[in-house]
Unconditional design. Structure first.
Length: 339
């Protein structure tokens, strides 16, 4: 009997079990009611009393080895199958929660759609740019403060590459590669070296518009702005243009809309003025047209640029810029029903 047990122990150490089927056969052969171990225990009764101690010990070793082998093979088979034990593979899948559009994407698309209806088509440009497209072509004097290291993120010095600080660089890209008439809208991300706070961020989003043709006037600009403001906010929105300065437009203006919270009556949001600023605009400076190879005697144009975060703040009251890039699902979920 001892020899029989030893033979089975030898067999166990050379055994290789690869599949669930082989494991089940092993269990039936060794561990079931009619298996080898229980038949050994039946035989044990007839073992002479003086051998019982030795044979009993050997049987226990065998029994433990069998149990250990069974458990360890079972565990490793389950692990290699991604542990689906106990899972009902036929159950219906849990519903995957619907994601939501980011508020900045919603607003950017709405701005573009309004301008699309006026015949503006989308133009895109690179975020990593050179000095000429971001500054020089747009009439920035060499010592203009916006070129300062404090505002601009430089990427390399030779060639001089930087992260664009505004989408106006896309104007230049289009003007140097297309002939008028040009009617484009350029959405995109821009970068400035600012300390991050509720009101400033090192990246944000702008939408730029440019219209160049023969006889484009300030009246066209004004009418386009009024249409945009009334489509974006509501039909009663009024606009106001204040003289301003940008290197690439002459004359330049900033546009306010009547406060869409108090309707122009005055509230804390509009600092009791009834107006809120939303964008910069102007007639394209003839120097800019010439820099880009467009005859400024024949053509004129207007341009405008706005911050998508600013418009989103007005539409949805998101006043802390940091919320836009934190990816907090509780914030994003609030825009579930927005189109
Ligand atoms: N580029 C300006 C900025 O980043 C915004 C702007 C103002 C764009 C006037 C224009 C414009 O096209 O005409 O602040």
């Amino acid at each position: 009997m001892k020899q029989k047990i030893q033979k089975l122990l030898d067999e166990l150490s050379g055994l290789s079990i690869q599949t669930h089927e082989e494991l089940e056969n092993f269990r039936l052969r060794f561990m079931s009611k009619k298996g080898l171990i229980s038949s050994l225990f039946s035989e044990f009764k007839s073992v002479p009393a003086e051998e019982k101690k030795d044979v009993g010990a050997a049987m226990n070793v065998l029994k433990n080895r069998v149990a250990e082998l069974y458990e360890s093979v079972k565990r490793s088979l389950e692990q290699s199958e991604g542990d689906t034990s106990g899972e009902d593979l036929t159950r219906t899948a849990y519903p995957i929660p619907m994601g939501t559009r980011h508020p900045l994407s919603l607003v950017r698309e709405e701005i573009c759609r309004i301008f699309n209806r006026l015949g503006f088509s989308i133009a895109l440009g690179p975020e990593i740019e050179d000095d000429w497209h971001v500054f020089e072509s747009l009439n920035f004097a060499d010592d203009h403060p916006a070129r300062d290291m404090q505002d601009t993120f430089f990427v390399s010095t030779s060639p001089e590459l930087l992260l664009r600080t505004h989408t106006s660089s896309v104007q230049t890209r289009v003007m140097t590669s297309q002939k008028p008439p040009i009617r484009i809208i350029c959405p995109g991300r821009v970068y400035r070296n600012e300390a991050i706070s509720a009101r400033a961020h090192c990246f944000f989003h702008q939408v730029e518009a440019l219209y160049i043709d023969e006889n484009v006037t300030f009246a066209d600009l004004r009418q386009t702005l009024l249409f945009f403001a009334q489509e974006m906010f509501d039909a009663n929105t009024r606009i106001r243009l204040r003289p301003s300065y940008f290197p690439f437009t002459e004359p330049s203006a900033e546009m306010d809309i009547s406060c869409n919270i108090c309707g122009g009556e005055g509230c804390s949001f509009c600092k009791h003025t009834g107006w809120v600023e939303i964008l910069g605009c102007g007639m394209v400076d003839p120097n800019v047209l010439e820099n880009c190879g467009i005859d400024s005697k024949k053509y004129s144009g207007f341009a405008l640029g706005m911050g998508v975060e600013r418009i989103t703040n007005l539409k949805y009251r998101v006043s802390d810029l940091r919320l836009f890039s934190e990816n907090d699902k509780r914030f994003l979920k609030q825009f579930e029903s927005a189109k």
